[in-house]
Write a protein that binds this ligand. Structure first.
Ligand code: AMP
Ligand code: ZN
Length: 478
């Protein structure tokens, strides 16, 4: 096994990953702001953190992973007020949709899902700590963080603070680097807006204090890994560092990991630009969850991912190739014994796979290790040179692969049905195998009308049958 190395935005370098208290790893992920359905750009980031999570677990680390749901922020307050709903009622639909989307993309649940609105007390307490240490000031019922007092301000995003006017403030939660300002920790209520009555006055938390307070409450004052999309590095994560480290005097996060954006025709996919697809948009066009997960995972997280339908189609074929290979291993008969070269080949592929993921989650390298092996093994099988003793190691390698990539199990139809799509005939492995067995039985009885009918039915489902010399039958997806 190779040493795990991860790129830390704080140092700008790829560093050996050593948890603070091995084998435990404490990890925090900024979750979605639940004011709308998440788009596939958001899921680029969530699939990245899932690959990271699964890989760390595969390597035997004990993960405590927290993901928050930002269920109060500027946009939620505005949308809920426009819909004349309490914020919790407004966000609930999007929270449930997010959970279902995660399940559909095989994004594992973290150990803790937490909602901002369940943790207002911790936010208030953190603001009080900052008040005691005079990192804050009040203005018109709101409380601001004084960035000039925190000498490390800017260390994550490396912004140039010269020329910034002391005391200049910003009320919006999201702003550009050029407008680095004192930011709101606590916002005074505006007429008609939702607010909480608290010891620091009526109001609601700013977005940044939410994550600092929740991360430290659930994971401690110094955590191992914090993840998010690259747009969160400034101001969100910069402000999280300022809040947490000013309060505790300790390093807040040891490794900051940021995923580059998913782009559409060169532009960031975002709700505000209106160039976005939700998962449901793609499933309505007939694409499968496994293909989308594969497409999002296949480009290493620090490279921008240009989304195209061609790419999604290629991902569909790649997943099919793997599933077909797994089916061959399971269903075909191989010569007894072992073939030394192939045994070595499997061990080498597994090592290359681990080397790829260990190198800052280079998913492209890990996938290349798998696909090179599959190509060679398929050729060996066609030539009758793949032996029975290699079946188990090859299956073990596939299983290891799938602990991270999670695309082999053909449960796409089931998932689509849960979302109200994919009501066509099933193409799940079990169903196909049942039909193949029925056709074999029909052939045995020389009932060729039935056997042809089943063959055609399978063809309509995109399944091709190949009768082998020894009378067995092999099936694969088109
Ligand atoms: P939000 O719901 O806006 O807070 O975003 C949820 C997550 O998605 C954050 O980690 C963002 O950085 C990330 N994100 C937003 N847009 C994109 C994109 N186009 N590509 C990748 N990640 C994104
Ligand atoms: Zn956050």
């Amino acid at each position: 096994m190779h040493d795990i190395r991860l790129h830390n935005t704080l140092s700008g370098k790829v560093e050996p990953f050593v948890p603070l208290h091995p084998p435990c790893v404490h990890m925090y992920t900024c979750g979605p702001t639940v004011y709308d359905y998440a788009h596939i750009g958001n899921f680029r980031t969530f699939v990245f953190q899932d690959i990271l999570r699964r890989f760390l677990k595969l390597r035997g680390l004990h993960l405590t992973h927290v993901m928050n749901l930002t269920d109060v922020d500027d946009r939620i307050i505005a949308n809920a007020a426009a819909a004349n709903l309490p914020i919790r009622d407004y966000t609930e639909k999007f929270v449930q949709a997010f959970f279902l989307d995660c399940k559909t993309l095989s994004v594992q649940s973290p150990e803790h899902w937490i909602r901002a609105t369940d943790n207002i007390d911790s936010m208030v307490q953190l603001i009080q700590r900052l008040q005691q240490k005079t990192f804050t000031y009040d203005s018109e019922g709101s409380i601001y963080y004084r960035i000039a007092k925190f000498s490390d301000y800017g260390k994550l995003s490396h912004i140039d603070l010269t020329g910034i006017q002391a005391g200049a403030r910003v009320d919006n939660d999201r702003y550009e680097k050029e407008s680095a300002r004192d930011f709101a920790l606590w916002k005074a209520p505006k007429p008609g807006e939702h607010f909480w009555e608290t010891p620091i006055g009526p109001g609601r938390p700013g977005w940044h204090i939410e994550c600092s307070a929740m991360a430290m409450k659930f994971l401690g004052e110094t955590i191992d890994i914090h993840t998010g999309g690259i747009d969160l590095a400034f101001p969100h994560h910069e402000n999280e560092i300022a809040q947490s480290e000013a309060a505790t005097g300790k390093p807040f996060v040891r490794y900051w990991l940021h995923a580059e954006h998913l782009l559409v025709e060169g532009e960031k996919m975002s709700k505000s630009l209106g160039n976005f697809f939700t998962l449901r948009d793609l499933f309505a066009k007939g694409y499968k969850p496994s293909a989308l997960r594969f497409a999002l995972a296949s480009v290493p997280y620090r490279r921008q991912l240009n989304f195209t339908f061609d790419g999604l189609q290629q991902a569909t074929s790649s997943v099919e190739r793997l599933r077909n290979f797994a089916a061959r291993l399971k269903n075909e008969k191989f010569l007894a014994g072992s073939q030394k070269n192939m045994a070595g080949r499997i061990a080498k592929a597994a090592d290359d796979f681990d080397a790829g993921l260990s190198d800052d989650l280079n998913t492209a390298q890990a996938l290349a290790a798998m696909f090179d092996f599959v190509r060679e093994a398929n050729i060996a099988m066609d030539k009758g040179e793949f032996c029975a003793d290699e079946v188990k190691p090859a299956q073990d390698f596939l299983a290891t692969f799938d602990k991270v990539f999670a695309v082999l199990e053909d449960n796409d139809n089931e998932k689509l049905q849960a979302l109200g799509f994919g009501t066509g005939p099933s193409t799940d492995d079990a169903e196909i195998e049942k039909l193949v067995a029925e056709r074999q039985a029909a052939r045995k009885k020389k009932d060729f009308a039935s056997s042809d009918r089943i063959r055609n039915e399978l063809l309509e489902r995109g399944i091709i049958l190949e009768d082998t010399k020894d009378g067995a039958v092999r099936w694969k997806r088109k």
